[in-house]
Design a protein around this ligand. Structure first.
Ligand code: PEP
Ligand code: MG
Length: 877
């Protein structure tokens, strides 16, 4: 028979998956002989079973819960619902990893109209007993039954007014008795039934509520943000109550063994004399620093310090502990590895290595790779954000916190930034001509677009905060306002956005600038020694590339050449090329592009100082590059010396129903080989010249995008080779170069063995590969993905976190097929997944040679690659 319930004394810290973090640690502390109020844990498997049984606790689980309860009663020498000395318990959720999105604690469970009398008798304090009961009714109604807690708070306030009481503590036992009746009435009115008097019913209802809370929207959101699988479930901990509110020798508090903000080694915490846990959290009374306990209850303080140090030494990590003192006796209610800022995480890990407590490998494996974003981008002041008004949320497209005045055009953003203002650019969606405005902005907010949309990709490259795809926004760019969450925000009003969480706030919020300490370099060095995967960057400009090198990039894995034409002076030139009707006209336009391309490539090669550089040939989804406004069309007509009507007609002839699946990638080079010729010339001439001028040994890697057929690649490759050889002959150079392709169309993955006959390397373009495998547009998926999360169809955005079971299969298969044809084929990934830790782990396991990601994600990828290597060592034959 499955064991669904474990007493604390039956478990240990290794049983985290089954008992949840809290349960496993309570068991471990019990084993260490520490003072823990005893109890039992209903397992995470019981939670899964609850869902499998159609949200019902099965008879078997129920029976084991009551067996556990019986043993607890025997251990405590008290009985549930007893009229003399009732057993009271707390009920708390506890998943494998702590999840703030889930249910709060329920305290004092087991009280009813009769037990409260017994409790009053036993404690000799009826006021305390009635207060505990009214708190329990309030918590149970709110947390378990979702009755609006404001109703109870209102009733409490009315009672205080009626009795002339200033504080809750001014209410007498009789007042509280009256209040309990009012509370029970509120319960009855809201639910049409009486407050449950049977403690066993209370307990089962509470356990069910914890199980249900696993699937509340906050928990689902938290899981998505933190890559926590939906099938883990939560455990439930039922623990005998101890009371910190029994007078001046009682109290309760929370403490960390090291400072969770800075990492400094020093006990850090606060406590309240004569209080229950919720008083500390609710902030009704100001807690005292833990050092004050030394004066108030010196023996407890000494014991507390001893246990705190024991726990840290035992777990070899910073601990976050909750404790209660009941009439001079200290109890620990929980310990866990404490949550900490990224800064503190680095410091603690390094200092634990220096103290000889952990190895560098353990230090590397303990840092949450994603949390490095906190160091590399500004974040909100934690105190300021608590007071902020959230008005909406959307996709966390590029991390960092930004606050500024709203402007709706790139020009206005640029103008106001030049005038010294901080700006948030709000657009329906961004396009290449917005680039300067995007640069000038602290943050970017778009109504449309997914995690791989133009705004997301470009913002990530620049390290600018971006929240994209906020379909809830009603925008009027023309009149300069938008509405969201019932608020109207006009041009020039302040808003704040958090690109790490996707949240949007009203008004200005204080930010804290990014800062990197020496500990960062130490951890990164250790990570570099451990990892197998190389880490490259996706960079299109020398400035981005330089930034990436500073962050440790070992090469460029993707230079999107169409992005090199984003600036205002250049964009007309690429438009001119796209809109040319004849080969001659196109060649004229291309000749104008050559100097830019060559100059940019030279600058990139110089910055990369001989590191590998993969240059992807033009792949402009036409909708991103065609002129949209009348002014742009007029300007272009003038530039091309044609009429506006002709531009309009050319534009209409290029109209595509689905530009993402349209005339882009190698299809352009197949129709217009002169484009590939021009680019090859620029790539090769730049490499030869930089080699001659600077001595860097450059081996350009030319990457042909959107290939789905070997012959398609062979066709473009022929153009490239002929041109490259001509350039080499002209310069009398023996420079090497490689030609490879992106695997971003499912057909290419299926036929990767054939394609590898032509390709020297593959780079997985998982943005398009995801789009085409799922069959939904990368720019539109944001509109419906939320419904998929809510209905538990998908757990995360497949454009942010690689879909390992579907798209991943194509990657693995293509890697294997590629290698079967060409054993030394170089394999990388350059889709946005290259900077996502779980996807990096997948790439390590799939045997890829490198990942490539935006500059600011390079450190994250380095760390994630090392963590993957530690978790899944490669066979190094
Ligand atoms: C991809 O498709 O994954 C890719 C890197 O190319 P792009 O995002 O430019 O389409
Ligand atoms: Mg692509």
């Amino acid at each position: 028979m499955t064991k669904w319930v474990y007493l604390f004394k039956e478990g240990n810290a290794d049983m985290r998956n089954l008992l949840g973090g809290k349960g496993a640690n309570l068991a471990e502390m019990t084993g260490l002989g520490l003072p823990i109020p005893q109890g039992f844990t209903v397992t995470t498997e019981a939670c899964t079973n609850y869902y499998e049984c159609g949200k019902k606790i099965s008879d078997e689980v129920e029976a084991q819960i009551f067996e556990g309860l019986k043993t607890l009663e025997e251990m405590q020498g008290k009985k549930f619902g007893d009229t003399e000395d009732p057993l009271l318990v707390s009920v708390r959720s506890g998943a494998r990893v702590s999840m703030p999105g889930m249910m709060d604690t329920i305290l004092n469970l087991g009280l009813n109209d009769v037990a409260v009398e017994g409790f009053a008798k036993k404690t000799g304090n009826s006021r305390f007993a009635y207060d505990s009961y009214r708190r329990f009714i309030q918590m149970f109604s709110d947390v378990v039954k979702e009755v609006d807690k404001a109703k109870f708070e209102g009733a409490l306030d009315m009672m205080k007014t009626a009795k002339g009481a200033k504080y809750d503590t001014d209410l007498t036992a009789d007042d509280l008795k009256e209040l309990i009746n009012v509370f029970k009435g509120i319960y009855r009115d809201a639910l049409g039934e009486d407050f449950p008097q049977d403690p066993k019913v209370q307990l089962l209802e509470a356990v069910k509520a914890v199980f249900r809370s696993w699937d509340n929207p906050r928990a689902i959101y938290y899981r998505r943000m933190n890559d926590i699988p939906g099938d883990w479930g939560t455990a439930v901990n039922v623990q005998a109550m101890v009371f910190g509110n029994m007078g001046d020798t009682s109290g309760t508090g929370v403490a960390f063994t090291r400072n969770p903000s800075t990492g400094e080694k020093q006990i850090y915490g606060e406590y309240l004399i004569n209080a229950q846990g919720e008083d500390v959290v609710a902030g009704v009374r100001t807690p005292e620093p833990i050092t004050k306990l030394k004066e108030d209850l010196p023996e407890c303080y000494d014991q507390f310090m001893n246990i705190a140090h024991t726990l840290e030494d035992h777990y070899r990590d910073m601990q976050d502990m909750e404790f209660t003192i009941q009439e001079g006796k200290l109890y620990f209610l929980q310990t866990r590895n404490g949550k900490r800022t990224a800064q503190a995480a680095l410091r603690i890990a390094c200092e634990l290595v220096d103290e000889g407590k952990i190895s560098p490998e353990e230090a590397v494996s303990r840092i949450d790779a994603k949390s490095l974003d906190q160091l590399l981008h500004p974040c909100f002041d934690p105190n300021a954000i608590k007071m902020a008004t959230e008005i909406g949320s959307a996709l966390p497209a590029s991390p960092g916190a930004a606050t500024g005045k709203v402007y709706f055009t790139a020009e206005a953003a640029k103008l106001h930034n030049e005038a010294g203002l901080k700006v948030i650019l709000v657009r329906l969606e961004t396009s290449p001509e917005d680039i300067e405005g995007m640069h000038a902005s602290e943050g970017i907010l778009t109504v449309r677009g997914g995690m791989t949309s133009h705004a997301a990709v470009v913002a990530r490259g620049m390290g600018t905060a971006c929240v994209s795809g906020c379909g809830e926004i009603d925008i009027n760019e023309e009149e300069g306002y938008f509405t969201l969450g019932g608020k109207t925000i006009k041009e020039g009003d302040y808003i704040s956005i958090d690109g790490s969480t996707g949240k949007i706030y009203l008004g200005e919020i204080q930010t804290i600038p990014a800062s990197i300490s020496g500990n960062f370099d130490r951890i990164m060095k250790w990570a570099d020694e451990i990892r197998d995967l190389k880490v490259r960057t996706n960079a299109d400009t020398p400035a981005d590339a330089l930034n990436a090198v500073k962050f440790g990039a070992e090469g460029i894995g993707l230079c999107r050449t169409e992005h090199m034409f984003f600036d205002a002076e250049r964009i007309p030139k690429i438009r001119r090329m796209i809109l040319s009707k004849t080969k001659e006209a196109r060649e004229i336009a291309l000749n104008q592009l050559i100097p830019y391309q060559k100059g940019d490539f030279k600058a990139l090669y110089e910055v990369m100082e001989g590191r590998p550089v993969t240059i992807r040939f033009l792949d402009p989804p036409l909708h991103e590059f065609l002129p949209t406004s009348t002014e742009e069309m007029v300007a272009l007509a003038k530039d091309m010396n044609v009429t506006v009507e002709e531009i309009a007609m050319a534009k209409a002839s290029l109209h595509e129903f689905n530009p993402m699946m349209g005339h882009r990638g190698c299809r352009l080079a197949v129709t217009y080989p002169e484009i590939a010729k021009m680019q090859t010339r620029a790539v090769m001439e730049a490499a030869i010249e930089v080699k001659q001028e600077k001595g860097y040994d450059i081996v350009p890697e030319i990457m042909i995008p959107l290939v789905g057929e070997k012959k398609e690649l062979a066709f473009v490759k022929k153009v490239v080779v002929e041109t490259a050889e001509r350039v080499k002959a002209y310069y009398e150079s023996d420079i090497e170069y490689h030609i490879g392709t992106m695997i971003e169309i499912p057909r290419a993955a299926l036929l990767a063995d054939e394609i590898a006959e032509e390709a020297e390397f593959f780079s997985f373009g998982t943005n398009d590969l995801t789009q085409m495998t799922f069959g939904f547009s990368r720019d539109d998926a944001g509109k419906f993905l939320n419904a998929y999360y809510d209905n538990k169809i998908y757990e995360s955005d497949p454009f942010a976190r690689l879909d390992q079971s579907g798209v991943g299969q194509l990657v693995e298969m293509a890697a294997q097929k590629g290698r079967s044809t060409r054993p030394d084929i170089k394999l990388g990934i350059c889709g946005e997944h290259g900077g996502d830790p779980s996807s990096v782990e997948f790439c390590h396991k799939a045997g890829l040679n490198y990942v490539s990601c935006s500059p600011f994600r390079v450190p994250i990828a380095r760390l994630a690659a090392a963590q993957a290597a530690l978790a899944y060592p490669r066979d190094k034959k």
